[in-house]
Design a binder for this molecule. Structure first.
Ligand code: BEZ
Length: 209
């Protein structure tokens, strides 16, 4: 019996779960179920499994659906015997969770801006709101550029959830906001992503429309 992961090929949150599953050797136990959902066109299959109607949602073997990419990654951590992607304790835990929050926040702001650009009728758009979301992205990129050491070795044998979140966030900016040209002002982060993005887990999960 396998688990099912409800996700989409474009979602940076779904990518985070897939990268963790690949890194931890769990991918052969997961069937990927691709679906399409958005705030204005919620997917009914997803709504039956997760009242928040959000991807990713994991349907474990015989258990209750698990919503939210972080919680799903925590669950996956309970299934392997290797080093955890979410450190259980110690100073590294808080560093990893902080980096994860910034990577995740870039994805949240980026996806909201994508919805604004792609879905919201032009007459209802709100430039100040859009600028406010972009400020979150800019500030988080600046923090990561100044704290690349906190993000950790991009070639490490064991990845952590902070690195995966940042990798998926930068990949999402490349995918949906290439015009930002984030590398120009963030050379250390660009170097970090050059190596992290080359990992097999990242290469296998590059987003597609
Ligand atoms: C996107 O198309 O950019 C997207 C799709 C699903 C979730 C998040 C983002």
């Amino acid at each position: 019996m396998t688990m099912k992961l409800l996700t989409s090929s474009a979602s940076p949150f779904g990518r985070k779960v897939k990268v963790v599953a690949i890194e931890k050797g769990l991918m052969e136990r997961i069937d990927i179920v691709m679906l399409s959902t958005s705030p204005s066109a919620p997917n009914e299959q997803l709504a039956r499994e997760n009242p928040l109607i959000k991807i990713p949602t994991l349907l474990p073997e015989g258990g209750r659906p698990i919503p939210d990419s972080f919680v799903v990654c925590d669950y996956l951590d309970s299934l392997h015997g290797g080093e955890r992607v979410i450190p259980a304790s110690g100073p590294r835990r808080w560093e990893v969770l902080t980096v994860h929050t910034l990577g995740h926040g870039i994805c949240e702001a980026g996806v909201l801006c994508r919805y604004e650009n792609a879905l919201r009728p032009e007459q209802f758009r709100w430039p100040d709101w859009f600028a406010g979301q972009m400020k979150k992205i800019d500030g988080s990129l600046a923090w990561l550029e100044s704290n690349t050491a906190a993000v950790g070795d991009p070639g490490a044998a064991n990845v952590d959830i902070g690195q995966v979140a940042v990798g998926c966030a930068l990949g999402y900016l490349d995918f949906r906001f290439a015009e930002l040209n984030w590398r120009a002002a963030h050379p250390r982060l660009a170097g970090w992503f050059g190596e992290f993005g080359a990992r097999a887990s990242m290469q296998r999960t590059v987003p597609t429309a």
